[in-house]
Write a protein that binds this ligand. Structure first.
Ligand code: PMT
Length: 399
């Protein structure tokens, strides 16, 4: 969303990871960004210009004198850029940028940019750890550019160590984060997501269909907006969002312990998790065996603590507490009741039971209700977008 219609400069320098810049370009284009690629001479030894030209639908700039009809093309690109990425960034280009050397199309253009810049170093481990390279990266960081730490793994030189260019989706995620307004800076956000599972015996449990997608989307959005985010998550198959402290739990009780122990430090608390209201009263320590004579099996259940209600009781001035309500019917009535009973500032009423909203879906449709009696409809859209609008609303009500 952040990159739609934005002008992005993608600088590609001569490293084996230059091929990953092609995938990064595809991701940027997919979100509707206008991308101008600038390549160094050595980058072209690894990947041809044509690939970047076809995918970006723009001419690649690599020679200030021959590639362009205008003698100030580099200034034009620099002036209108909303963000610049150098991926991969070699030690040579990093050194030039740190010292203001402008001897090719990329270094000259980057001397003229005023937009945020993301530098993605990629090289052999010894080169990366070399004191001169580190000093140059420090200079760029102190100047306000964002440096992305390289990954560890097997490198082109067959050694194992730090120096790999991170995956394109990760770089893309960090470019987005760079452009988002940091309106949650200085705020601690505590989020719960996913289901809880309540064991019956060592091999079986009671749970629900929560995939964690909604809660993880909110955690991602909050982190990008500058928040210090802690995510307490039931078992899901999603990767932990970048920059978020992720705590994995299984049961309602474990989730409750983690949420309660972190609650006092939190400014905004959003409880998206689908928590089991009941758990087996007497979970067995060995597997429950099937008995031929028993056609039916009854399991006695006991109530789990209501975590959100406990948080509502602890809430102090300045804290903003949000609950979700998954409802199949009487959405508004049930949501409002829960908001009052649990002392919430806002509740996101979520119609569940259809394939495009609620559990497991990539999209969601919610109605937000506020303590002051107002409400706000979020129509069916991607969970990432729902997350952003929900945060907008929280910020507006907190002010
Ligand atoms: O994870 P996804 O697949 O993306 O699906 C998202 C979702 C449907 C799970 C999510 O949008 C949602 O609606 N979450 C709330 C689900 C739920 O359990 O609702 P509830 O009405 O049972 O509970 C109301 C609130 O009390 C929730 O904030 C819940 O976290 C909290 N609660 C409930 C029971 C309990 N013992 N402790 C709690 O804290």
């Amino acid at each position: 969303m952040e990159l739609q219609n934005k002008n992005i400069l993608l600088g590609v320098t001569g490293g084996i990871a230059a091929y990953k810049a092609v995938e990064l370009l595809r991701l940027l284009k997919k979100t509707g960004a206008n991308v101008n690629v600038i390549m160094t001479d050595s980058a072209q030894k690894f990947v041809g210009k044509t690939t970047f030209e076809v995918l970006s639908e723009n001419k690649v700039l690599s020679d200030l004198f021959f590639d362009t009809e205008s003698s100030v093309k580099h200034i034009e690109l620099a002036t209108r850029a909303h963000a610049a990425i150098i991926a991969p960034a070699t030690a040579n280009t990093i050194a030039k940028l740190a010292h203001g050397i402008a001897d090719d199309a990329l270094s000259t253009t980057l001397l003229a940019v005023t937009c945020p810049v993301l530098v993605c170093p990629s090289m052999n481990t010894d080169m990366y750890q070399n004191i001169r390279v580190q000093r140059n990266l420090d200079i760029l960081e102190k100047d306000g550019w964002v440096i992305l730490d390289p990954d560890s793994g097997v490198l082109a030189c067959k050694t194992i160590g730090t120096g790999r260019l991170p995956e394109p989706w990760f770089i893309f995620d960090r470019v987005e984060a760079m452009l988002v307004k940091k309106d949650l800076k200085g705020k601690n956000i505590l989020i719960s997501a996913g289901p809880t599972i309540e064991p019956l015996d060592p091999v079986r449990y009671i749970s629900n269909h929560s995939s964690g997608k909604m809660g993880y989307a909110i955690a991602r959005a909050a982190e990008k907006r500058g928040g210090q985010v802690t995510l307490v998550s039931g078992p899901v198959s999603l990767s932990a969002p970048v920059g978020v402290e992720c705590i994995c739990v299984q049961t309602c009780e474990e989730m409750g312990d983690q949420m309660l122990s972190r609650f006092d430090q939190a400014d905004i608390i959003i409880k998206v998790a689908a928590v089991a209201d009941y758990k087996p009263m007497d979970p067995k320590t060995s597997k429950i065996k099937k008995k031929e004579k028993d056609k039916d099996l009854s399991i006695l259940m006991t109530q789990n603590p209501d975590i959100l209600k406990l948080l509502g009781k602890k809430k102090t001035k300045g804290q903003f507490l949000v609950g979700f309500a998954a409802e199949t019917d009487d959405l508004e009535k049930n949501a409002l009741l829960k908001m009052e009973k649990k002392n919430l500032d806002m509740i996101a009423a979520n119609i569940v039971g259809s394939s495009d909203s609620g559990f497991k879906a990539d999209t969601n449709k919610v109605k937000l209700f506020f303590k002051d009696g107002s409400s706000f409809d979020i129509p069916l859209m991607e969970k990432d977008k729902v997350a952003d609008i929900l945060i907008d609303q929280v910020i507006e009500k907190m002010e």
